[in-house]
Design a protein around this ligand. Structure first.
Ligand SMILES: NC(=O)c1ccc[n+]([C@@H]2O[C@H](COP(=O)([O-])OP(=O)(O)OC[C@H]3O[C@@H](n4cnc5c(N)ncnc54)[C@H](O)[C@@H]3O)[C@@H](O)[C@H]2O)c1
Length: 259
């Protein structure tokens, strides 16, 4: 893959959940395209060469920890001097019917997927408004935020909320030239799928491999997506030529419904 090494030169990009899967793919792409990167994740990335790069800062913490999220944005600005792009990517999933769902399980998913995005977006917006040079906030939704899925109610509800949060925040921040968009991936091959395969295997009486096969056969493009399929679109959303694009939810799903 060839990258335009100057596309995001001079910008600082913060990515929550950047230690794995889609978030790591987004971080690697922005780094290759010239940006300085701050990863905020409860885990550290395994990729030691990536972490050792002078343009990469790793801050460990939870997206639901208000003080820690604010602190991570401050640390990013103090290290790189500015914040231009915030990608609120961290998310968790759980599988199970509503009738048997523990309240704690509902809260676990909603806390990370909605409250975590709110805290990251708020910290970034506050800083970008003060900085006065615009910016881009990009939030992780999902195809599951546009279509109900049995046994995925809390996840679907949380990802639908992100689309409305994104639209509302885009209206608030337009006067500051801060764009707010979300991305709604279909099935992307990441460690996330271990939880999905095991969770659906339990409720559908299948093996995890059969679950993967079932989802794979539903993708018209004939393959799972990759983290870079998502990163390519996120990078474009953040670039200057997308200046008039805000309040959108953009899908990358190999033509799978919902469109
Ligand atoms: N993989 C897919 O098929 C798919 C499809 C649609 C949407 N998404 C969304 O994309 C995002 C990334 O998913 P992924 O597939 O890369 O998952 P992943 O499990 O590979 O990575 C998620 C990362 O988020 C971090 N994280 C989770 N909860 C956190 C918390 N509370 N605080 C800090 N860090 C936390 C994890 O440590 C991990 O590094 C999620 O929001 C997910 O809902 C994924």
């Amino acid at each position: 893959m060839r990258f335009d090494e100057t596309r995001h030169a001079g910008k600082t990009v913060m990515i929550t959940g950047g230690a794995s899967g889609i978030g790591l793919g987004i971080a690697q792409r922005f780094l290759a395209e010239g940006a300085a990167i701050a990863i905020y994740d409860r885990n550290r990335p395994d990729d030691s060469a990536f972490v050792a790069d002078q343009r990469v800062l790793v801050v460990q913490g939870d997206v639901t920890d208000e003080a820690a999220v604010d602190g991570a944005v401050e640390e990013t600005v103090s290290r790189f001097g500015r914040l231009d792009v915030m990608v609120n990517n961290a998310g968790v999933i759980g599988i199970g019917p509503v009738a048997g769902m523990a309240y704690d399980e509902w809260r676990r998913v909603v806390d990370t997927n909605i409250h975590g995005v709110f805290l990251g977006a708020r910290a970034a917006a506050k800083h970008m408004i003060a900085q006065g040079s615009g910016g881009s906030i990009i939030n992780a939704s999902s195809g599951a935020g546009r279509r109900g899925v049995a046994n995925l109610s809390h996840y679907c509800a949380s990802k639908a909320a992100i689309i409305m949060f994104t639209q509302s925040l885009a209206l608030e921040l337009a006067p500051h030239k801060i764009r707010v968009n979300s991305y709604a991936p279909g099935h992307i091959e990441t460690p996330f799928w271990k939880d999905i395969a095991e969770g659906f295997a339990g409720v559908l009486d299948k093996t995890p491999d059969q679950v993967i096969e079932m989802f794979a056969s539903s993708i018209p493009w004939g393959r799972f997506g990759t983290p870079d399929d998502v990163a390519a679109a996120v990078s474009w959303l953040a670039c200057d030529e997308a200046e008039f694009v805000s309040a959108q939810a953009i899908a990358m799903n190999g033509a799978e419904f919902p469109y």
